[in-house]
Design a protein around this ligand. Structure first.
Ligand code: ATP
Length: 365
């Protein structure tokens, strides 16, 4: 959590949202707290139904919290209707006006706000430049591609210069290549405008590529908040570990704590360590998470940690190796094909492996 209140754009404080349609109450958000910094590209990531859109709608003011508060730059805006908040939203379906031109679409919100004509014209020009659509200003929405519509939707939302831009799965309608191009484009727009972006997605790769920080959500809770590298390399929860990328989940027993870290025992096998956060009583059962690309394979040498190779899958840039460990657990390791030397290993080989202590995460649940 950030502690410099000046730099906090959005502060979500112990917010719950309960929907009740008469047939029973449903808790969509359960006591959620979160600080999002000014100029941050912040992503809410989680599976369908976890409460991402609900949290975004509360920040926008389309919904009110059942409990708790949401502050924007330190102010409680509960009484302020959505259109008066310094917040704007880009919706999944863009919500553009098809009968209007690109320029008219961008100008629309500014006209509603009663801005002077001269200011509207210069802002529309500035926005067309920003999204690189100047030459198409007079085209109608029906005459442009999906990717171009996406740019217009962004330009229209950025035109009133909101302090916070909310983006609800804005790339989901685009094909894969366009989506990747727009990821780079969105990041550029955020850096260029300095506006806080709060981006909602269920796509972990999208979240990892673009975000300064990510909040991983599940069942109305925020499980973990952190920079992409932290979330990926040091998941604290089984759900976070499994939701983001491929991972080995292993059962281990704590051994002694020493200066290099905490010793871990996998069945009868020792030699693995993790960076110990605090003293752990020897004998405690622990759940570990290790990324397959962090497993270092040493070949058929006699080391402490070993596994029986079950299957080898060639993936072009890398190869995936499936092992069974002596205690029966499964382990997957990925190795860049450029790193390979010597003969290819085959099923049945006993291969030594290791992992650096900072690559071994201990899960809290
Ligand atoms: P998705 O990725 O599918 O949009 P989400 O994570 O954005 O999912 P929300 O739209 O926030 O999820 O919904 C969270 C939960 O709250 C869901 O189970 C949903 O059915 C429920 N919910 C959302 N809005 C309402 C509503 N107006 N009335 C009742 N339940 C609702």
């Amino acid at each position: 959590m950030r502690n410099n209140t000046d730099s906090i754009a959005v502060s979500v404080r112990e917010v719950s949202k309960i929907f009740d349609d008469g047939s029973g109450a449903f808790v969509a958000l359960d006591n959620v707290s979160l600080d999002i910094g000014s100029n941050e590209f912040f992503t809410l990531l989680g599976p369908s139904g976890c409460g991402k859109t609900t949290l975004l709608r509360l920040i926008a003011g389309f919904e009110q919290p059942s409990q708790g508060q949401i502050l924007l730059h330190g102010e409680n805006l509960e009484q302020l209707p959505p259109f008066k908040r310094p917040v704007n939203t880009v919706f999944q379906n863009y919500a553009l006006f098809p009968h209007m031109t690109i320029a008219q679409n961008i100008a629309f919100g500014l006209e509603m706000l009663g801005r002077p004509r001269q200011e509207i014209n210069s802002t529309v020009d500035e926005m067309l430049d920003l999204v690189q659509m100047k030459s198409l200003a007079d085209r109608r929405i029906t005459q442009i591609s999906g990717g171009q519509q996406q740019r217009v939707a962004l330009a229209r939302a950025l035109a009133p210069k909101p302090k916070v831009l909310l983006l609800d799965e804005p790339l989901s309608a685009l094909d894969l290549q366009l989506r990747k191009d727009m990821q780079i484009e969105l990041k550029r727009l955020q850096l260029e405008t300095g506006i806080t972006f709060i981006f909602v997605t269920h796509d972990q790769e999208e979240a990892l590529t673009m975000s300064d920080r990510i909040a991983v959500m599940q069942g109305g809770h925020i499980l973990q908040v952190g920079p992409p590298r932290d979330i990926y390399e040091h998941p604290q929860h089984r759900f976070v570990a499994g939701f983001i990328g491929e991972i080995n989940l292993l059962q281990a027993t704590a051994g002694k704590t020493n200066p290099e870290g905490l010793d871990l025992q996998l069945g009868e096998m020792s030699g693995l360590k993790t960076e110990a956060k605090s003293q752990v009583t020897p004998g405690t059962k622990l759940a570990l998470a290790i990324r397959p690309e962090r497993i270092l394979l040493a070949g058929p040498d006699k080391e402490q940690l070993s596994g029986k190779l079950i299957n080898v899958v060639y993936h072009g840039t890398d190869t995936l190796y499936h092992f069974t460990l002596p205690d029966g657990q499964s382990l997957r390791a990925r190795r860049q094909n450029t790193d390979k030397t010597g003969p290819e290993w085959k099923s049945g080989d006993i291969i030594s492996w290791s992992a650096k202590p900072d690559s071994v995460a201990v899960l809290e649940d």
